[in-house]
Design a protein. Structure first.
Length: 145
């Protein structure tokens, strides 16, 4: 990241004006891993799409050159999605059962599509957030720029 600034120096009896650009190679703009993961954008620039298919992560960003070839989110997204969706669905199902006592075909007609839609809908953003958190905290030291 470059920071321009103006500097006036007194050299002997002369005033010298310098316009400098300081380049700090260690700090780079870090986008929020939650925002970039939720919107499935690249972690370093926030411009391109993170996934090439449904859950297949692109290898290299075309705009910033970040290499995610060695990322590894393993089963974390699936575990978090199953835990959250399972907890919410069980609470909703038990409240419906205790309030209305519907027939068994209603359970199949209502809860199977709700479980599938919510699980598949949350899986991609959660995977993006986990990859973003791994990138931010350098969990898997294989992220190369």
């Amino acid at each position: 990241m470059a920071f321009p600034f103006h500097l006036d120096l007194l050299v002997g009896r002369r005033l010298v004006a310098l316009d400098l650009i300081v380049v700090n190679l260690q700090s780079e703009v870090r986008l929020s891993p939650h925002k970039t993961g939720l919107w499935c954008k690249w972690l370093s620039c926030g411009i391109g799409k993170l996934f090439s298919c449904f859950l297949l992560v692109k290898k290299v960003c075309k705009s910033c050159g970040l290499n995610l070839n060695q990322h590894d989110s393993r089963d974390e997204p699936i575990f978090f999605v199953m835990s959250v969706v399972g907890f919410v669905i069980i609470i909703l199902e038990m409240s419906v059962k205790l309030s209305y006592e519907p027939a068994y075909w209603v359970y199949l007609a209502v809860w199977v599509p709700v479980i599938l839609i919510s699980t598949i809908g949350l899986l991609r953003p959660i995977k993006g957030i986990i990859i973003g958190l791994q990138y931010k905290y350098w969990v898997n030291q294989n992220f190369e720029n």
